[in-house]
Structures are given as structure tokens and as C-alpha cells.
Design a protein around this ligand. Structure first.
Ligand code: NAD
Length: 477
């Protein structure tokens, strides 16, 4: 792999101007491995300037040219999938099998779906039959800053990089400083694919540094951000002076509404989904709402599943969960488990401290709280660890009210064999996505949230492409 202290700017790996370094920590053993450089204002300026210089030519490239390059990148990505899986697993702690399948696979799928969307996208078309001489032109927004988190590194990076490049934008990617190595590997792949200089640039740094600098930068036309609601608000404020476009994909506190007529695997599926990726998914179904008549049974099943969930090193093959990403995340999750206990929820599985057999590593016990009520912190706060909250409900109306009782609105889940009820509820819950009976979204589905889970932006497929396009109307064509 390349020298991890370098940045990729204007088609070259360059020595940064920034002099501060940060160790990437393997969360399984708490050992530091490569160091990265935290960029300075000069590094941010260099990358933005390279992207700005490259924009006129890249925005004028043909759709076919962009498709060809993205297809080549797809081949390279597939060829280096194992290397990518190892990198993700080491930097953020995803068990290697999960890294090889879902983590790396998400990046491949988003690239493929973007190429598909690009192929069928009409960049120039009449307003309608009533106005054939009014032409609508979809043009790339310009220089885009892409700021991503650590929990699904290639998922989030590819959901931004692929459509931005497909749209004809030039980009500066600032991956999470906690999981920067997978993004650097992608930069290597982009370099070997033959994209023109300056079209894709990568600068490492933290939120207070490069993140804020990009958000404020007068030559950045759009910031696409995935991460915490806290940082999303800071970016919105920082971007306001220059009126740049801001796309936000933020946190979540998804409800999983389970009715008595749900299929027999609904509870097991819900618990496993909540614990997947060690609970570090913004769309995790973390609040399980269960119809009272089957509540006790659901609590027992959830307890059994949590007790059977193995925890293990990220490097070990198999179906266990790994550590959470960092010491900070570990302490946050421990603090919230403590608050759950002190707040009066019934702890039925897991709890505070590391699981047996672990003295180091950021490992958390798969934890289930029953009888969680809306006044409790663990009801409202995004925990981002393997912690499930279960609450009973009596009526459909109460279930909807509880599901919507959150600042977030990313994904909600409904489990029932009554399709009419599922359709009714899907329209009543306030979230950008609703998954019914364990079926996840198909290729190219729009990913994004309502309320404080986002600001209306959607990623993936055609919607993802449109995030990076301006709409221009021209008369008398
Ligand atoms: P974070 O907000 O701390 O960091 C995300 C990225 O933003 C990092 O690259 C970080 O350096 C940068 N950043 C932080 N503060 C910034 C600032 N003031 N200005 C500019 N950039 C800044 O989040 P995280 O801890 O890396 O990720 C976890 C969070 O992300 C969770 O809340 C999770 O729900 C959310 N998330 C949301 C989605 C989604 O699509 N809705 C997907 C994954 C994660």
C-alpha cells in the first residue's frame, strides 16, 4: 500500500503541508498501525484548487467517457476486493467475513447501480409535450466536498464518489480520520483507472480541520456529508456564508414494529439486524416495539439471541460481531448501558463491561433492555453499539406514535402478515425508508431520512445522481 501519510491531489500522491499525525487504531487490539497526516488549510486549498481546475474539462466529458472510466473502476475494485476487506476490517473492526461480503459488497453495488443510473439518465430533455422548445439541462454542480464516517466506509464513500464523478463533478474526499485507509486504497484504484488529474482528490483530516475548511471554502459548490447530526448541523452553519448546497445523511433511531401476526423469525431477525456491524449502522432497528400479546415471548427470544451472539476478533472468520470502532465509542456505549440500567429499564442480556475473555479491544456485550419507555435516554439517544431496547404496545395507533417519538426519521421496520396494515403503517411512520417483513431495498433504492436524519437528500441510483446535478431551463431551443 501507498505511504499512508500522503494525500492524493491532482493525480499524484503528495507530501502534505500539514505536520500533525494521527495513528489509525485497530479496535480489536487497540494497537496503532499506519499513521495519517491531518491536513492543514494549505492542503485543503490545494485539493480544492486541483478540483476547480479539472472541472471545466470533466464537466464537458461525455456520458460514454464517464461510463467507461467507472466501469474500469468497477473491475479494479472487484479485483482488489480482498485487500479492501482486510483494510476495512483492520481499521474499523468489522469481522473479516462481514468486511468481505456486506462492507466491500456495498461499495461494489453502489458503483454498479450508479453506472446503471447513468446509462439511462437523460441529461437534456424538453420540459414536456406542451413546451417542446423549453429544454431542461442537468448540469454538474461543480466542486464537491465529500465527508464520510467510519461505520460502513466503502458504502458511504462510494455512495458519494461514484455519482459525483458520474454527474461530471470533481471531488475532494475527506474520509473519516478513524477509517481513512480504505478510502486511500480506493484513491489508488481511481489513480490506476486513468481518471484525468484533479477529478478525484483525497485529503485526510479531522472535522475541526479539513472538514470545516471544506464546508466554508468559497470554491466548494456542494458538501455531501454522512455522519452525526451534530456534525451535520455544524456543516450547515459553516456552509451558509457561501450558500453552497449541503446534502446530509445523519443518524437514526429506527423502530421495528412487530405485530402478533408477524412471521416466526421476526424477533430473531430484528435482534440480529440491530447487532450487525456491532450495532454501528445509522439505519439499525434499535427500538423493537412489540404487540403486548406476544411481548413476553419476544423478550425471551431476544434474550436468547443476544446470549447466543458471539463476540470475536475482527480477524477471525465466522459469524460473530466485532468490537466497536474506538475507545470513545466504547465509552459512549458503556455510559448509555449504565444510563439504561439506572434509568429503570430491565436489563435482560449483556450489560456493562467487556464480554468474558476480553481484556482489551473495544468489545461490547450484546445487550438487550426490556420495558424501555420514552422518558429514558436509551429510548431517544442513538447508541451506535449492540444494544437493543424493547417496548410493548397495545394498539396500532400507539405503535405509530411510539415509532414517531424520535428526533430521527431514517428507517422504520414493520413486521406483520397483514399487508393492508403494513401499507397503512408504512404511510404513517415518519422516515425516509420503511422495510416490511425483513425485505431490504432493491438495487438503486433511495437512501436517506426525514426530520433530523437528513435534509431531504437521497443517495443511490438515480436520486444519488441528481444530488450532484443542477437543473437549468432554457427557452426557445
Ligand atoms: P461524525 O459526524 O463525528 O464524523 C463523520 C465525518 O464528519 C468524519 O469524516 C469527521 O471527520 C467529519 N466531521 C466531524 N465534525 C465535523 C465538522 N464540524 N465539520 C465537518 N466535518 C466534520 O460521525 P461518525 O462518528 O464518524 O459516524 C457516526 C454517525 O454517522 C452516527 O451518528 C451515524 O448514525 C451517522 N451515520 C449516518 C448515515 C446515514 O446515511 N444517515 C450513515 C452512516 C452513519
Amino acid at each position: 500500500m501507498m505511504d499512508s501519510t500522503k494525500f492524493y491531489i491532482n493525480g499524484k500522491w503528495v507530501t502534505p503541508a500539514g505536520t500533525q499525525h494521527l495513528e489509525v487504531i485497530n479496535p480489536s487490539d487497540e494497537k496503532g498501525f499506519p499513521q495519517i497526516t491531518l491536513g492543514s488549510q494549505a492542503d485543503t486549498d490545494n485539493a480544492v484548487s486541483a478540483a476547480k481546475m479539472a472541472f471545466p474539462a470533466w464537466s464537458a466529458s461525455t456520458k460514454e467517457q464517464r461510463i467507461e472510466l467507472l466501469e474500469r473502476l468497477f473491475e479494479t475494485y472487484k479485483a482488489r476486493a480482498d485487500e479492501m476487506a482486510q483494510t476495512i476490517s483492520q481499521e474499523m473492526g468489522a469481522p473479516i467475513d462481514l468486511a468481505k461480503t456486506a462492507q466491500v459488497g456495498a461499495g461494489a453495488a453502489h458503483l454498479k447501480n450508479t453506472i446503471r443510473a447513468l446509462k439511462s439518465f437523460d441529461f437534456e430533455h424538453p420540459l414536456g409535450d406542451h413546451a417542446p422548445d423549453n429544454i431542461i439541462v442537468h448540469e454538474p454542480v461543480g466542486v464537491c466536498a465529500l465527508i464520510t464516517p467510519w461505520n460502513w466506509p466503502m458504502n458511504q464513500v462510494m455512495l458519494k464518489v461514484a455519482p459525483a464523478l458520474a454527474a461530471g463533478c470533481t471531488v475532494v474526499l475527506k474520509p473519516s480520520e478513524i477509517s481513512p485507509l480504505s478510502a486511500m486504497l480506493l484513491a489508488e484504484m481511481i489513480d490506476s483507472t486513468g481518471f484525468p488529474e484533479g477529478v478525484f482528490n483525497l485529503v485526510n483530516g479531522d472535522g475541526a480541520g479539513v472538514g470545516s475548511q471544506l464546508s466554508e471554502h468559497p470554491d466548494v459548490d456542494l458538501v455531501s456529508f454522512t455522519g452525526s447530526t451534530r456534525a451535520g448541523k455544524a456543516i450547515t452553519i459553516a456552509a451558509a456564508d457561501t450558500m453552497k448546497r449541503v446534502g446530509l445523511e445523519l443518524g437514526g433511531k429506527g423502530a421495528n414494529i412487530i405485530f402478533a401476526d408477524a412471521d416466526e423469525k421476526a424477533v430473531t431477525r430484528g435482534v440480529r439486524h440491530c447487532f450487525a456491524n456491532s450495532g454501528q449502522s445509522c439505519n439499525a432497528p434499535t427500538r423493537m416495539l412489540v404487540e403486548k400479546s406476544v411481548y413476553q415471548q419476544a423478550v425471551e427470544t431476544a434474550t436468547a439471541i443476544a446470549n447466543k451472539t458471539d463476540v470475536g476478533l475482527a480477524s477471525t472468520e465466522g459469524r460473530h460481531i466485532g468490537p466497536v470502532v474506538s475507545e470513545q465509542q466504547f465509552l459512549k456505549v458503556q455510559g448509555l448501558i449504565k444510563q439504561g440500567i439506572e434509568g429503570g429499564a430491565t436489563l435482560v442480556a449483556g450489560g456493562e463491561g467487556r464480554p468474558e475473555g476480553f481484556e482489551k479491544g473495544y468489545f461490547v456485550k450484546p445487550t438487550v433492555f426490556a420495558d424501555v419507555t420514552p422518558e429514558m435516554t436509551i429510548w431517544s439517544e442513538e447508541i451506535f453499539g449492540p444494544v437493543l431496547a424493547i417496548t410493548p404496545f397495545e394498539t396500532e395507533e400507539e405503535a405509530v406514535e411510539l415509532a414517531n417519538d424520535t428526533l430521527y426519521g431514517l428507517t422504520n421496520y414493520i413486521q406483520t402478515s397483514d399487508k393492508t396494515r403494513a401499507h397503512r403503517l408504512a404511510k404513517q411512520v415518519r422516515s425516509g425508508m420503511v422495510e416490511v417483513n425483513g425485505k431490504s431495498g432493491s438495487a438503486g433504492f433511495p437512501f436517506g431520512g426525514m426530520k433530523q436524519s437528513g435534509n431531504g437528500s437521497r443517495e443511490g441510483g438515480v436520486w444519488g445522481l441528481e444530488e450532484f446535478l443542477e437543473v437549468k431551463s432554457v427557452t426557445d431551443w
